[in-house]
Design a protein around this ligand. Sequence first.
Ligand code: ADP
Ligand code: MG
Length: 298
Amino acid sequence: MKGHGAHLAIDAVSHAYRRGGELAIAEVSLEIEPGESVALVGRSGCGKSTLLHIACGLMKPTRGQVLVDGARVTAPSPEWVMMFQAPSLYPWMTVAQNVGLGLRFAGRRRETPARVAEMLALVELEAFAQRNVQDLSGGQQQRVALARSLALEPEVLLLDEPFSALDAFTRHSLQRDVRRIAKARSITLVFVTHDINEAVTMADRAVVMAANPGRISEIVAIDVDGERAASSPSFGLARERLVAAYERTTGLEMGDAAGAGLSTRRAGTPSTQSGPAPASAIRTPGAANGAASGRMTP
Ligand SMILES: Nc1ncnc2c1ncn2[C@@H]1O[C@H](COP(=O)(O)OP(=O)(O)O)[C@@H](O)[C@H]1O
Ligand SMILES: [Mg+2]
């Protein structure tokens, strides 16, 4: 399998769902290096899903453009694959058939059996190849969906809260697997999450978005060494910096209990009336870890 992440450039993207209506996202610019992993975090309604749909060509932005390796994205493609919270598998098919489906649609029948076997090994489901997907747990089904996405050898993988329906243990192992696989194959990864530990486990940078209109508020580099164990000091530090950025952006105070998601303890000031000015025109060629990009936390 070729390893080949693409450079993703979101260039001054604004979007209104109704002509002349309010902007769901405004002037979002973000460059993501090949093979980099970026988390999008922010309160519900701040435009994360909108941005992801536009990034993979499922929606055309009202203004601005998205470029993959310099080429404008105008439609979905097997090169940039989106995965959603619900795995959307075909219940009457086996695991192997589901994994091979994208390849078949792409007219790549001959290589399907070998590729499917490789992908099932990658997500550790070899033993389940001939089982019906309905016999699998939620976590296993999400692994099948992941294998199906990866079978197409995407350059960019976009995940919209992919693990939020799973139990904590399953979620954690998938978070590690997805990062491991993306890094091993140099796939550019962009994912939306409500779970701050998920962002720290999987991302090289976390983009914190503000709402009304949706825009980039801060970008936090996630510099964690080695295994990214939640118990390591660098994990804790990155987590603290991300929490601080989130709180500055939303005006909300987060619970700081271990494993807490991006939920809030008490209501604070609305995000539109306080917090830092939007840093929406972030252009950072060469800043693979985001160390030089955007407003960094102190
Ligand atoms: N299909 C749609 N039609 C009209 N408005 C929408 C649609 N989808 C999302 N919105 C609006 O756009 C804004 C951003 O939504 P969304 O991207 O789903 O946010 P998030 O994923 O961060 O929760 C919200 O105000 C939402 O109500
Ligand atoms: Mg969403």
